[in-house]
Design a protein around this ligand. Structure first.
Ligand code: HEC
Length: 134
């Protein structure tokens, strides 16, 4: 019995620190399902969102403005020209492993590019697409 509890404690401690992209995706999926019963993330919708031209800002009309057409490639900030590491977890293992960081950047980038915060369904689709890695 004692062993079971120690194993549980280790599992919980690990989960609190770092998350895998699949866990972050599951979190957004559960949140989106509260709005739309049976919501299923779609990599296809995520790809469309990633490439859509929102044109709220002339310098950064789309996610691709900084992250390039291919999320497995390194990007460049459209305004500051600073290098940005690839967004796809297949090319950059740090991606979608820290939910606070993911939330911070979704908030900032969606507000700048889309003109509002992204909802849970959009975030789930986006992560599903990036986990595909292309
Ligand atoms: C103006 C440039 C720019 C644009 C446009 C942009 N991003 Fe980013 N994005 C960044 C920078 C800078 C970072 C953080 C630096 C880093 O982690 O390499 C980042 C990081 C992220 C992260 C954090 C992922 C992680 O786990 O590390 C997410 C999520 C993200 N962006 C989503 C988006 C989405 C969605 C869009 C389009 C709606 C978008 N970005 C458009 C510059 C941009």
């Amino acid at each position: 019995m004692k062993t079971v509890f120690s194993i549980l404690a280790i599992v919980c401690a690990t989960a609190a620190q770092a998350a895998a992209p699949a866990e972050i995706l599951a979190g957004y999926q559960a949140e989106a399902a509260k709005q739309t019963a049976g919501f299923q993330p779609s990599a296809q919708r995520g790809a469309e969102f990633y490439k859509r031209q929102f044109n709220v800002s002339a310098k950064m009309p789309a996610c691709t403005s900084c992250h390039t057409d291919s999320p497995a490639q390194p990007g460049r900030h459209a305004v500051t020209d600073k290098a940005i590491k690839p967004l796809a977890p297949s090319a950059n293992a740090d991606r979608f492993s820290d939910s606070a960081k993911v939330e911070k950047w979704f908030r900032r980038n969606c507000t700048e590019v889309v003109g509002r915060e992204c909802n849970a369904a959009e975030k789930a689709d986006f992560v599903a697409y990036l986990m595909g890695g292309r």
